[in-house]
Design a protein around this ligand. Structure first.
Ligand SMILES: Cc1ncc(COP(=O)(O)O)c(C=O)c1O
Ligand SMILES: N[C@@H](CCCC[NH3+])C(=O)O
Length: 507
């Protein structure tokens, strides 16, 4: 292999405590973190039975590779663990037509949190009565779509929304339709142990009706008195990427208490309790998430005990996992473009401190989570393994933003090269779905892999797609050599470089 002009990467910085010492084998694929089908074959990463160099050559990079069996397996694990409950896939994590069909075919429900997530699911043929619509600011148009399509639940989030929904529901009832089934989203006042941006059950945030102030009870009583609405139950969601089940259990305890208050105030015994999603996943090998069986057992026990204490029948439970279904089975493939060892002076013990910046061909436009939440990811050299010593690296994107970091600190083999492929693990949730066109980078494609077959379920966005929105450029073709068209028309770069990667891997 050709030497990098800067030479093999320096050992790097003193590793921060979060990183620790390098593992004995830098190429190892920890099963906690990598998709169920991930394997090394002759050193190269294979996903769903397909070598990553071939996937990169055929589809370009950055590329989301979705292990279908992993995604559907995790959905099935939730469905089995919650056999007596309804599992709603929280589609905000990742939704496309194919995923909507898998979820529909596999018998789960779907949580949509905008009119367009709802519209996409309906367009894919998802049964409306298995969809719940969330949102703290649903528009009239969104609510009308929910009412007209006959969705399973509207999850009410504010008094204004009740005011908006009632006339639509009344019109439906007047036309001979059924009252609109609704849940009241309750803010239970729990400080979930997660990043503050993704905690949703403390008092000072925008979602739901507060339990503590009495708003949740007021909303429930009001809805019960509206003949055009049918209050089927209550909803609580405490946040996302939560490992400690104590928060879910405390929320379940409080929201069952509200079921008791509703019965006391109105005589109504509500039959449904949706405890939301938020179940954490492993982004790093040391992360230790709770599996669906444990979550189901613990939540079931708390709800049963609270209901017994209040002499209430046990309601039908629902949960809304998004990340725990979509997250672990997808990997993002990137190509390394530049490597820059940056000298930062001495670390105080005389040892030179060098930050090895490894730049890839995507970044915060396809994964905003590190920049936004200081999220942790891991990645490996994917097209080959290496016996080179470990070097502490920072994997960054190509955006004009110094916070454009994908993996803050990790060990990579010191001989990583431009043209090598990196695979970042556990990018299935909230990466593609939060993607942007910052710096006019184009949204990557998503390729589903299974049993050696790769299917592009979302194609790469093209510059023509983006120009089509621009008043001046709508009819102007992009320059012929712009990095804009999907593979196989891609003119240069990715395809040629990927084949070089393959050749190097064999040498
Ligand atoms: C109401 C609701 N349900 C479900 C989810 C899914 O969360 P997660 O992907 O963490 O399971 C979210 C996102 O936090 C949410 O806001
Ligand atoms: N987007 C967040 C989670 C928010 C989930 C929706 N309430 C994340 O990437 O972790």
């Amino acid at each position: 292999m050709r030497a990098h002009p800067a030479g093999p990467l320096h050992g790097g910085m003193t590793p921060p405590p979060s990183v620790g010492l390098p593992p004995a084998d830098l190429g190892v694929l920890d099963p906690q973190v990598w998709p169920r089908s991930a394997r090394r074959v002759d050193g190269e990463l294979h996903l769903g039975g397909r070598p990553v160099t071939e996937l990169a050559r055929a589809h370009g990079t950055p590329l989301f590779v979705l292990d279908e069996a992993d995604f559907r397996g995790r959905a099935a694990d939730f469905a089995a663990a919650f056999a007596d409950a309804d599992v709603h896939y929280a589609s905000k994590a990742f939704l496309c037509g194919q995923v909507a069909r898998w979820i529909a075919d596999d018998g789960l429900h779907l949580d949509a949190c905008s009119g367009n997530e709802l519209a996409l699911a309906l367009a894919a043929g998802f049964p409306a009565d298995r969809i719940a619509l969330h949102g703290n600011n649903k528009s009239l148009v969104e609510l009308q779509l929910a009412v007209d399509s006959g969705i399973g639940h509207v999850v009410l989030d504010s008094f204004d929304e009740i005011d908006r929904l009632v006339p639509m529901a009344a019109a439906r009832v007047a036309a001979g339709g059924a009252p609109v089934p609704v849940l009241v989203r309750t803010t239970v006042g729990i400080e979930a142990h997660t990043h503050e941006f993704i905690a949703t059950a403390h008092e000072d945030q925008k979602f739901g009706f507060s339990l503590a102030t009495g708003d949740a009870l007021t909303a429930a009583v009001r809805v019960i008195r509206e003949p055009a609405l049918r209050l089927t139950g209550l909803h609580s969601h405490i946040g996302s990427q939560i490992f400690d089940t104590a928060g879910f259990e405390a929320a379940a305890h409080r929201v069952v208490g509200l079921l008791g208050q509703v019965r006391q105030a109105t005589g109504e015994v509500l039959g449904e309790l949706n405890l939301g999603g938020g179940f954490g996943i492993a982004y790093l090998p040391d992360d230790d998430p709770v599996g669906p069986d444990d979550v189901a057992r613990r939540l079931g026990a708390v709800v049963a005990a609270e209901c017994a204490a209040l002499d209430l029948p046990v309601p039908r439970l629902a949960v809304e996992p998004g990340r725990a279904i979509a997250g672990p089975g997808t990997v993002t493939l990137y190509e390394i473009g530049t490597i820059k060892p940056v000298r930062l002076g001495s670390g105080g013990h005389g040892a030179p401190q060098v930050r090895n910046y490894v730049s890839v061909d995507g970044g915060m436009s396809d994964n905003i989570r590190t920049a936004l939440y200081d999220a942790s990811y891991t990645c490996v050299l994917a097209n080959r393994t290496s016996d080179a010593p470990p070097a502490l690296c920072r994997v960054v994107g190509k955006h004009c933003e110094s916070g454009d970091v994908l993996v803050r600190d990790l060990w990579l083999p010191a001989d990583v090269q431009p043209g090598d492929l990196l695979a970042v693990a556990a990018t299935g949730a909230y990466c593609w779905s939060m993607a942007s066109n910052y710096n006019y980078l184009l949204k990557p494609p998503v390729v589903a892999v299974r049993d050696g077959v790769a299917t592009e379920v979302v194609r790469r966005q093209t510059l023509s797609d983006v120009f089509a929105l621009d008043a001046v450029l709508a009819d102007v073709p992009p320059p012929a050599t712009a990095p804009s068209q999907p593979a196989p028309e891609h003119p240069a770069g990715v395809r040629s470089t990927s084949s070089r990667v393959g050749a190097e891997a064999q040498s």
